[in-house]
Design a protein around this ligand. Structure first.
Ligand SMILES: *[C@@H]1O[C@H](CO)[C@@H](O)[C@H](O)[C@H]1NC(C)=O
Ligand SMILES: *[C@@H]1O[C@H](CO)[C@@H](O)[C@H](O)[C@H]1NC(C)=O
Ligand SMILES: *[C@@H]1O[C@H](CO)[C@@H](O)[C@H](O)[C@H]1NC(C)=O
Ligand SMILES: *[C@@H]1O[C@H](CO)[C@@H](O)[C@H](O)[C@H]1NC(C)=O
Ligand SMILES: *[C@@H]1O[C@H](CO)[C@@H](O)[C@H](O)[C@H]1NC(C)=O
Ligand SMILES: *[C@@H]1O[C@H](CO)[C@@H](O)[C@H](O)[C@H]1NC(C)=O
Ligand SMILES: *[C@@H]1O[C@H](CO)[C@@H](O)[C@H](O)[C@H]1NC(C)=O
Ligand SMILES: *[C@@H]1O[C@H](CO)[C@@H](O)[C@H](O)[C@H]1NC(C)=O
Length: 378
């Protein structure tokens, strides 16, 4: 039986390989290969793959990004370090994608590797800017409203990123920004090949908590209608600390985080990209990083830095900047995570890991130390 700590390793994916001597790097990758083998049940091919990466990392300089900028000899300034970090993230994505390619792991069944007409029709989160040759795949709860504002400013639909409210932004974006799903297969392929493609990832547990706080603790029209629609189902999940659910002032059921987490962990529930449950759909099922080779993989924990570099790289920083403040639900704070996740049982956390494991792996997230999974009875 695997324990939870093997499920998601508490190690960091090191960046050393791009500039350190080869031997320590190989040793580190060997260690990672062992861990990777445990995690992904793929010892041989995984280890070989990682060793191959170690051998070729010094010759990595092939990405399209490098047409714009340099990555070569130290000294490496901030831009250069950011580009190296991008290489590291993209390498991780492709390594994880390859590790699942021929896997019998049922979790990998819905990982897509090729752009088919069927897949394309679902790609309504891919926002296309033909004028600026950008494709942004948005994931709810990962700074996407502000990215929509940025694209709307670039496209001339609004005058500044401070000129539309949250809900207005989504409406205007729907009207003014085309999605990849609306293009023919050929046109979509050409754009994916030639435009700068980017997405932003976020720690799956932060994203869940942010979604809970947004939809169940905040009061605005969309959250009320969401609770009306899904509250009755979610409140059927047992929470011993919440046996007598109250109602909120808008008359909807007061759902606890534990009930919500059990609803998410229940394999019987599936989440779709065209209804409000997209907020907790796995990131890989929205942005398909094994089928789309992203030029830039952003991270919510470095959102502003990544956004600034990206706009600068594209020469767009004189036209627009990523807005500095959002309305934070504080879901990234460790203490908030700790407070909410303390109400979950190890079995709940295992079920959540099961659902989001591929997201954890693809984007290099580890179990937060505040999440009490270590003493799993499993
Ligand atoms: C690294 O690659 C070179 C040529 O591509 C090959 O000759 C060499 O054996 C490889 N080394 C390892 C450790 O795989
Ligand atoms: C970083 O270094 C590169 C050359 O390696 C240079 O072209 C670029 O202007 C530098 N950027 C900054 C902000 O100094
Ligand atoms: C995966 O399977 C395909 C055929 O299903 C095969 O052509 C390919 O070589 C396999 N790849 C690996 C890495 O085993
Ligand atoms: C938006 O920002 C600009 C400058 O950045 C400012 O002049 C303007 O007053 C702001 N508008 C609103 C509605 O806050
Ligand atoms: C994309 O690039 C290919 C070849 O580089 C070219 O044939 C094609 O017309 C380009 N498509 C667009 C939309 O620019
Ligand atoms: C919702 O339930 C929680 C307990 O799970 C309680 O602390 C909170 O006050 C309740 N909220 C409302 C609006 O009834
Ligand atoms: C988030 O944290 C800040 C300060 O840490 C606090 O002022 C604010 O009220 C918090 N927001 C929520 C929604 O809890
Ligand atoms: C994002 O940042 C976290 C640390 O905050 C790190 O653990 C994770 O690997 C990063 N992921 C990506 C894709 O950069």
């Amino acid at each position: 039986m695997t324990s939870l700590s093997e499920f998601v390793p508490r190690v960091q994916w090191k960046t050393c390989c791009l500039y350190s001597p080869r031997l320590p790097c190989l040793l580190l990758l060997f260690g990672l290969a062992l861990i990777g083998g445990l995690v992904m049940h793929m010892n041989g091919p995984m280890a070989m793959h990682l060793n191959r990466i170690a051998n070729t990392t010094h010759r990595l300089i092939s990405s399209r990004l490098h047409e714009h900028a340099m990555v070569s000899q130290p000294p490496c300034n901030a831009t250069c370090r950011w580009l190296r970090e991008q290489q590291r993230r993209k390498k991780r994505v492709s390594t994880v994608c390859n590790s699942y390619r021929n896997s019998s792991d049922a979790r990998a069944n819905d990982l897509s590797y090729t752009l088919t007409p069927q897949l394309l029709r679902t790609m309504n989160h891919f926002l296309v800017s033909d004028s600026h040759r950008l494709i942004y795949c948005y994931i709810p709860k990962v700074g996407c409203t502000n990215w929509k504002r940025v694209l709307l400013v670039l496209g001339g639909a609004i005058g500044g990123t401070n000129q539309s409210t949250q809900s207005e932004t989504h409406v205007i974006a729907q009207k003014h920004i085309r999605t990849l799903a609306g293009y023919s297969l050929q046109a979509a392929k050409e754009r994916l090949d030639n435009y700068t493609t980017f997405m932003f990832a976020r720690h799956p547990f932060e994203r869940i908590l942010s979604g809970y706080r947004d939809k169940f603790l905040m009061d605005y029209p969309a959250s009320t209608s969401f609770r009306r629609k899904y509250g009755p189902l979610i409140s059927t999940y047992d929470d011993p600390r919440h046996r007598h659910p109250s109602r909120r002032s808008d008359g909807t059921l007061n759902v606890s985080f534990a009930q919500f987490a059990r609803y998410l962990g229940d394999p019987a529930n599936s989440f779709r990209g065209d209804d409000p449950t997209e907020h907790w759909n796995q990131m890989y099922r929205i942005c398909h990083p094994c089928a789309v080779s992203y030029d830039i993989v952003g991270n919510f924990s470095t959102l502003h830095e990544d956004a600034d570099f990206l706009l600068n790289l594209k020469g767009l920083d004189t036209k627009v900047s990523y807005p500095k403040s959002t309305n934070p639900t504080n879901s990234s704070d460790e203490q908030y995570l700790a407070r909410y996740f303390a109400n979950l049982l190890p079995g709940d956390i295992k079920a959540l890991l099961d659902r989001y494991l591929i997201d954890f792996e693809l984007f290099g997230y580890t179990l937060p130390s505040v999440v009490p999974a270590k003493n799993s009875p499993q």
